[in-house]
Design a protein around this ligand. Structure first.
Ligand code: PEP
Length: 247
């Protein structure tokens, strides 16, 4: 039985002081008994938010990392820095990073490896554009993202990775994939993992759905057999996140 995992992606929102207030409010409301709960916060908020959730079961996630160990990469943050600051999960390959910052599958693969090397857990994102969906190439596109993203990982490492299926047309648009659409792709992702690593790894790996998840649609989406929780953007910045976690 896979444990559900619900992660909030705060994106580029909340100053350190605002982040502390939001984290305190959510910390006192969310129930971590039945699901792993993660706050993925902007880099500058990691240390103060980690302090707020200290002693609880809420984990801290980062929204990005560089794939090199250290060096002349002005403005970037290393896996070692994140680890020392208390980070447990790191998002890799969010569609906004792919679209606005040119993150490729090869870079995502290097990030996933670096995150694992430092004992953290990657939340590796994949998802199709509306055009790809309309052209009928969603599953082909996702299979390539998964195969390239996991390339070179052992089965032991692959089963630690959280895969987030996020159709790009559903992110921040209020247009959620139907539970049937989301299940179809999440099942195809699990099948792809099975082809690479076998059924034991495929049964263990956790797959989230992301894209306009809210308090109303969470229960139906998360009850699908291949959906093991969600990556939540907009609704993770509000009290509503509590209802999503306690769906
Ligand atoms: C996201 O940022 O990963 C996301 C799914 O955003 P939203 O929930 O706002 O669509």
């Amino acid at each position: 039985m896979r444990r559900k995992i619900i992660a909030g992606n705060w994106k580029m929102n909340k100053t350190p002081a605002e982040a502390v207030s939001l984290a305190e409010m959510l910390r006192d409301r969310v129930n971590t008994d039945n699901a792993d709960v993660v706050f993925c916060v902007p880099a500058i908020d990691i240390i103060p938010v980690a302090e707020v959730v200290k002693g609880t079961n809420i984990a801290i996630g980062a929204e990005n990392v560089h794939y090199e160990e250290s060096g002349a990469y002005t403005g970037e943050i290393s896996a070692l820095m994140l680890k020392e600051a208390g980070v447990k999960y790191v998002i890799a390959g969010h569609s906004e990073r792919r679209e606005y910052f040119g993150e490729t599958n090869t870079m995502v693969n290097k990030k996933v490896k670096k995150i694992l090397e430092h004992g953290m857990i990657p939340i590796m994102c994949c998802g199709e554009t509306l055009e790809q969906r309309e052209m009928g190439i969603t599953l082909e596109h996702i299979r390539i993202q998964i195969k390239k993203g996991l390339y070179g990982l052992t089965a032991d490492d692959a089963e630690k990775v959280i895969i987030a299926y996020e159709p790009i047309w559903a992110i921040g648009t209020g247009k959620t994939a139907t539970s049937g659409q989301a299940q179809e792709v999440c099942a195809a992702i699990r099948k792809t993992v099975e082809e690479i690593y076998g059924s034991k790894t495929a049964e263990k790996i956790r797959i989230q759905y992301g894209g306009s998840v809210n308090a109303k649609n969470a229960a139906e989406l998360f009850s699908m057999p291949d959906i093991d929780g969600g990556l939540v953007g907009g609704a993770s910045l509000k009290e509503e996140f509590e209802k999503i976690v306690n769906y």
